[in-house]
Design a protein around this ligand. Structure first.
Ligand code: SD4
Length: 309
């Protein structure tokens, strides 16, 4: 029996985000509203991995990326947005109120302010302040090649010293009672990224893709790996060819590995997907990725992503 409505989202923070999304979906609300409201919960949390409380770039500034896509293929995105609490809502305004898909940096912030979003103080959360100071101790600005060999990916400490994978993103995809799909993705990006760096999360087809005929997918992990293969577009196209959500995510992960096995081995990427039949699935490079699945008042649980390595 098809699961409908359904909402799934990345990592453990997905549980709280799903709960909020379900308040809308469970009442017959629109998937687009659900995926926006859902990830706003995560964006609003201080000392979390997403939003203004998250880790800054190397210059100590939090820069946020987000995108959103609806059942008609409309989409909006913001990149490198500073001092705005809810980048996902700004992305939605870009979609609904401008002729464009993507606004970045100062222009995105100016648009947000013109739309009535408050300019928040430029201040790190207590957690981020502590982590940043710690990071500054060890990490100088070295050419990429010098830090590449730490097993941390090209430039970000993708993995903590305790072996856990760092994550700074929530991606959410949903199908509503009418059978329409939408998705959202929001992030502070990789912690301690170079200033100006954009990852996959604000890029339609990389961090998020929705095709209402087929399904939807979102990604997390090392954005550069996802961008190189147009990750979520690839997942949706594999579903179009008849693969289940899990098999489609797996095949996209395998594509990443095939391109550069050594690089893939040093990084984490996770994809999650749903299809029009209300099936869901996920797949990742490394053990340690989980996603949250919700399809009823009393069904909101974490699933461990199957992994390649
Ligand atoms: C990025 N994909 O900026 C994001 C980071 C992420 O869990 O997903 N972290 O590359």
């Amino acid at each position: 029996k098809p699961l409908r409505p359904i909402v799934i989202s990345t990592w453990d923070a997905g549980i709280a985000a799903n709960r909020r999304a379900w308040e809308i979906l469970g009442k017959g609300g629109r998937a687009l509203d659900a995926v926006e409201a859902g990830v706003m919960v995560t964006e609003a949390e201080q000392n979390c991995c997403v939003g203004l409380g998250a880790n800054p770039d190397r210059d100590g500034i939090v820069t946020l990326d987000a995108c959103i896509m609806d059942e008609q293929g409309n989409c909006g995105s913001v990149g490198a947005l500073e001092r705005i609490k809810h980048p996902i809502s700004v992305a939605r305004r870009v979609m609904e109120k401008t002729p464009h898909v993507m606004l970045v940096g100062e222009g995105a912030q100016r648009f947000a302010v013109a739309e009535g979003f408050a300019l928040e103080p430029q201040k790190l959360s207590a957690d981020a302040e502590r982590t940043y100071r710690e990071w500054l101790k060890k990490s100088e600005y070295k050419p990429v090649i010098n830090i590449e060999n730490k097993g941390h990916g090209p430039f970000a400490p993708n993995r903590f010293d305790n072996g856990e994978w760092n994550h700074d993103t929530i991606g959410m995809i949903a199908m509503d009672a009418s059978g329409n799909l939408s998705g959202s993705c929001t992030t502070s990006g990789m912690g301690f990224k170079m200033r100006g760096r954009l990852g996959d999360s604000p890029i339609i087809g990389a961090g998020l893709f929705v095709d209402n005929e087929v399904g939807a997918a979102t990604a997390t992990g090392m954005g550069e790996e996802v961008i190189r293969v147009c990750g979520t577009h690839l997942v949706v196209e594999f579903m179009r060819q008849g693969l289940s959500p899990e098999a489609a995510c797996k095949k996209a992960v395998e594509r990443i590995v095939k391109k550069n096995p050594a690089r893939a081995k040093a990084n984490q990427v996770g994809f999650i997907a749903i299809n029009k039949q209300g099936q869901y699935g996920g797949y990742c490079l490394q053990e340690g990725f989980s996603y949250a699945v919700c399809y009823a008042d009393d069904k909101n649980f974490l699933v461990k992503g199957k992994h390649y390595f």
